[in-house]
Design a protein around this ligand. Sequence first.
Ligand code: NAD
Length: 295
Amino acid sequence: GSKNIGFVGLGNMGGHMATNLMKAGHKLHVFDISKPACDNMAAKGAKVYSKTAELAKNSDFVITMLPNNDIVNASYEEMTADGVNKNTMFIDSSTIDPVLVKSLQERISAKGARFIDAPVSGGVPGAEQATLTFMVGGTEAEYNAVKGVLECMGKRITHCGNYGMGQAAKLANNMMLAISMIGVSEAMNLAMRLGLDPKIFAEIINSSTGRCWASEIYNPVPGVCPTAPANNAYKGGFSTDLITKDLGLASGVATSSNTPIPMGALAHQIYRTLKSKGLGNKDFSVVYDFMKNEN
Ligand code: NAD
């Protein structure tokens, strides 16, 4: 049936996700610090709030889709400082530190409500088409309680384990994505330097052992994948700032778990270099443009 759903963070991902919840017949209660983002949702029929505590009290589920640890933490402080509606289930779909997930879960359950992590993969197209993968960290009962709502925004809803395991899956996946994007960029540049046509070489990779999402769906060389950000001056998509943030989180959990991640660490430094060159707001496939030979 129709639920009251709070949504905080209506950016590149959250705007589409909230829209899909409305399309599925739910009543949306929304907040974002950006007025245009709120106006856009109001025009689609959502109720806009100025106080998230009030938004949460009116919601069966609250979904947060915010940039980073500090903002997620501050947002939950504000939403829950004066107590919570004990029937509210808070779902954070941002990519954040699993340590913060556990701390939020403890603080919110101590107040009597529930909190789980459910980060996503699939990018802005996945958010728009409601085909996201959700990686859920929580109890079996909590997973069953949120599955139906998440299915309005995604097509694969996986129970990864207890609190924080959604983020653990997300961080490991994104570390691999960051590395493979650099690998595809290097290989495309090398092949082109040797005289290969980029489209022909991409066809070879994509029917060979080098095939991956970065080569097939999101190729960093302009002209290879028509819908990839490479064809749009690396605008939109998944920003270098965000992948760098995710690699920083991966690096933190690798350190705390005593895990070697030599390639992940190198990838982190390469994207940080891109940021220092002013490319932080470009799609992360701009790494190809950064390293290609000009002559
Ligand atoms: P975004 O920057 O487009 O959106 C974030 C939104 O949060 C913005 O609209 C911003 O105004 C709003 N915001 C900032 N501070 C706020 C606050 N205090 N209260 C309310 N709203 C606030 O980011 P995005 O691309 O939508 O990503 C959101 C999260 O999802 C990030 O953690 C990111 O790592 C993760 N993610 C992104 C993608 C992707 O492809 N873009 C894919 C998977 C996961």
